[in-house]
Design a protein around this ligand. Structure first.
Ligand code: LLP
Length: 429
């Protein structure tokens, strides 16, 4: 499942470059991405998006929350992708790389009036609306700006995506989307608002989903709504099926991207909705396996109950294990003839939840380099500065070439925007 990263004669490489050399040049912790890996993942989607006669039946909008580095999103733009955005900040990133505003969809449960105005002024393709209150706010902002607002309603289809509860979004007790039984009523209300243009319908059922069945349930439920809306004279032009396809972090065997996409698109066509423009919003499945996090072993600390391998990366660089107990494979970058020992791989942050892998058998010594695999999605973007830790550098490998795509932060950067209180000239009463 790893395209850009391979082990050759005991040495891990990113495409044609050795990870050990990259760590030497750029330091650690370090995010390393493979351009080939993300290109091939995109092309796997794209193969299914164009039918045998060459007609495009779906568009890929990369969910940039998974990895919004400008170089990454620029690669996707050049491959033909649009983007799924969830904040004014992400919209600014898309505009900064010159993305066509008509290739942007704007989602999120809590868009502010300023963000709505920013999206309308930019001319995004669609705002995905998650509540009746938001619908009214969009209408107000559009009235003030004297423009029209293209919208979709995000339907909560109430299907169980069978994934981690923190990343499941399509169940009725989740905060996301409009409850299934309220969708028709909300469309009728939207149709009456002066500045609102109904253009689509949207759903997203969760993330790291490893079977196709819940998607087909969601497609069927959403198409039932499209059929009913048509009867009422409300025409839907595009169908956004969200993202969420899982990747293999180790044991999982998610469906093949092209097959998965074909299955969804065929279902839409079989049900007689082939004329709709279809939007897919994958994030993780485009970048997850296109990145690794490199880290040095600082100390090996044997213990009575457990042995710890203390590394220079932490929950601040990769939060997924701490937050979701997520599994990421961890491999020594250069294999060595030393004895394997079972370790918990942990970072230097002052939290017991600061771990990256538990119970891992590793043949390592102090100073060795480890690669934490499948870290391209929800890795750097979820990094924090807790414990005043500068965020790591990010680099992209393309064949024999390497590019620094984000400089390592400095400690000075971290408090550059802070100030102490003015010094008191006399003591307070
Ligand atoms: N569209 C919408 C509306 C979303 O909320 C998401 C992800 C996506 C698309 C992209 O989903 P993907 O294809 O990447 O699964 N931080 C978590 C994942 C949170 C996903 C949030 N929404 C993690 O590290 O597992």
């Amino acid at each position: 499942h790893l395209i850009g990263f391979t082990e050759r004669n005991g040495n891990w490489h990113a495409e044609d470059l050795s990870l050990a050399d990259l760590a030497k040049e750029f330091g650690t912790p370090l995010y390393v991405y493979s351009k080939r890996a993300l290109t091939e993942a995109y092309q796997a989607y794209d193969r299914a998006c164009v039918d045998a006669s060459g007609k495009r039946r779906a568009r890929i909008h990369f969910a940039m929350k998974a990895n919004s580095n400008l170089a990454i999103i620029d690669c996707f733009k050049q491959l033909g992708a649009g983007f799924d955005l969830v904040s004014g900040g992400e919209l600014s990133r898309a505009l900064a790389i010159g993305a066509d505003p008509s290739s942007l969809v704007f989602a999120g449960v809590g868009k502010s009036a300023d963000e709505i105005a920013q999206a309308l002024k930019a001319g995004v393709k669609c705002i995905n609306v998650e509540s009746i209150a938001e619908l009214h706010k969009i209408n107000q902002v559009a009235t003030r700006l004297q423009c029209r607002a293209p919208i979709s309603l995000r339907v909560n289809p109430d299907v169980d995506a069978q994934t981690h509860p923190y990343i499941s979004t399509g169940l009725k007790d989740n905060k996301f989307g409009i409850a299934y039984h309220e969708v028709l009523k909300t469309y009728r209300e939207a149709a009456l608002l002066s500045q609102i243009d109904i253009v689509g319908i949207d759903c997203h059922i969760g993330s790291q989903i490893t079977t196709t069945a819940p998607y087909l349930d969601a497609v069927d439920k959403v198409l039932d709504l499209v059929a009913q809306l048509k009867k009422e004279g409300i025409e839907i032009h595009h169908l956004d099926l969200g993202g969420g396809l899982g990747i293999s972090y180790g044991e999982e065997s998610p469906p093949d991207i092209t097959e998965f996409t074909n299955t969804l698109l065929n279902r839409v066509a079989e049900r007689g909705f082939g004329h709709l423009d279809i939007v897919l919003e994958p994030g993780r499945s485009l970048v997850g396996n296109a990145g690794v996090l490199l880290t040095h072993v600082e100390y090996l600390k044997p213990g009575a109950e457990k042995n710890f391998c203390i590394v220079d990366a932490a929950m601040t660089e990769l939060m997924r294990p701490a937050l979701y107990e997520a599994y990421h494979a961890i491999v020594p970058v250069q294999s060595k003839p030393v004895k394997s020992v079972t370790y918990d791989v942990v970072g230097p942050v002052c939290e017991s939840g600061d771990w990256l892998g538990r119970g891992r058998s590793l043949a390592v010594e102090e100073g060795d380099l480890l690669a934490i695999l499948s870290a391209g999605a929800y890795g750097f973007v979820m990094a924090s500065n807790y414990n005043t830790r500068p965020k790591p550098a990010e680099i992209m490998v393309d064949g024999k070439n390497v590019y620094l795509i984000r400089q390592r932060e400095t400690v000075a950067d971290l408090f550059a925007n802070e100030s102490t209180l003015p010094k008191q000239t006399h003591s307070p009463l």
